[in-house]
Design a protein around this ligand. Structure first.
Ligand code: PDD
Length: 288
């Protein structure tokens, strides 16, 4: 088992990977990223992650990254790592050039893949307990659908939540709408119907969010993609978060309010179990 990097197509031990100081990812956060994970030695939802990466690259006009070669490099880096339960990080920056807001001439993107073990028991190791979340003002830029590495507001919000003993920060806009968590999407359940804010510039189109929506159809759970207000959140029978790391995790307390019964509810539990069934069956649309 070893931590592996693939930098611009070159495989090397992770500890030996080096990025030049003039890389625009370092200087400006001029880059996009993906985080995928493996289950049972297989990369989960890889092609969905690559499709979102392609979209992020196009949205900020980073050109020239070969995503077919990247896909092959990801599989090879994971194979070489021999890590069964791995987290796979992919970052593509606009490239390396002397610092200037708009560099002259064509750029060659920097393409990084790292593979390392996924640490510790996952948040769903105690699936009935659920977690606490804190509401935080939405302080991010207007294109939250692009998976940009500019995560400062997300990091500050999550730090504040963690230092108050909560698992996640949930962003709310000035006019009282819920967008998403600092690294997760948000669902509410009211009278058996699940609801999550629709896709748009205001939130990241989560891969787990998409999968959970597909699972609700499979399970016959009514689901609507519609705005969720702060009031909806506190009135909900259940609230849960979705994300690559978080999977499907119940939120039982928000700020000082108890949600529903204070335990993870039946719809959340059913979706988590179905999510694990889909993982066991490899139902992620990945071609092999
Ligand atoms: N974050 N919203 C935000 C802001 C996120 O950063 C993430 C994931 C999600 C969930 O997306 P997905 O289901 O595709 O993981 C929603 C990753 C894991 C991270 O930044 O580490």
């Amino acid at each position: 088992m070893k931590e592996v990097a693939c930098l611009n197509g070159r495989m090397l031990p992770l500890s030996e990977a080096r990025i030049p100081v003039d890389d625009r990812g370092f200087l400006f956060g001029d880059s996009v990223y993906e985080v995928a994970r493996t289950y049972g030695g297989r990369i989960w939802a890889l092609d969905r992650h690559l499709a979102r990466l392609r979209r992020s690259l196009a949205a900020i006009a980073i050109e020239g990254a070969d995503l077919d070669a990247l896909r092959a490099d990801i599989l090879e880096a994971h194979r070489q790592s021999e890590i069964e339960t791995a987290v796979i990080y992919i970052q593509i920056t606009r490239g390396v050039a002397p610092r200037s807001h708009v560099p002259d001439g064509a750029m060659t993107p920097t393409v990084l893949v790292t593979v390392r073990p996924l640490g510790g028991p996952g948040p769903t190791s105690r699936p009935d307990e659920g977690v606490r979340a804190l509401l935080m003002p939405e302080a991010r830029w207007a294109r939250r659908d692009i998976k940009s590495t500019n995560l400062l507001p997300n990091i500050l919000a999550k730090r504040e939540a963690r230092s108050a003993g909560a698992f996640e920060a949930i962003f709310t806009t000035d006019d009282g709408w819920i967008t998403e968590g600092s690294s997760s999407n948000v669902f509410v359940v009211q009278a058996g119907t699940a609801r999550t804010p629709p896709k748009g510039a205001h939130l990241l189109p989560g891969i787990t969010r998409d999968l959970v929506i597909e699972i609700t159809r499979d399970e016959g759970i009514p689901l609507e993609e519609a705005l969720v207000s702060r009031a909806d959140l506190f009135a909900a029978d259940e609230v849960f978060l979705t994300g690559t790391g978080a999977e499907v995790i119940g939120v039982v307390r928000i700020d000082e309010e108890t949600i529903g019964s204070g335990r993870v509810g039946p719809v959340t539990r059913r979706l988590l179990d179905a999510y694990h069934e889909w993982i066991a069956a490899g139902r992620d649309g990945l071609r092999e």
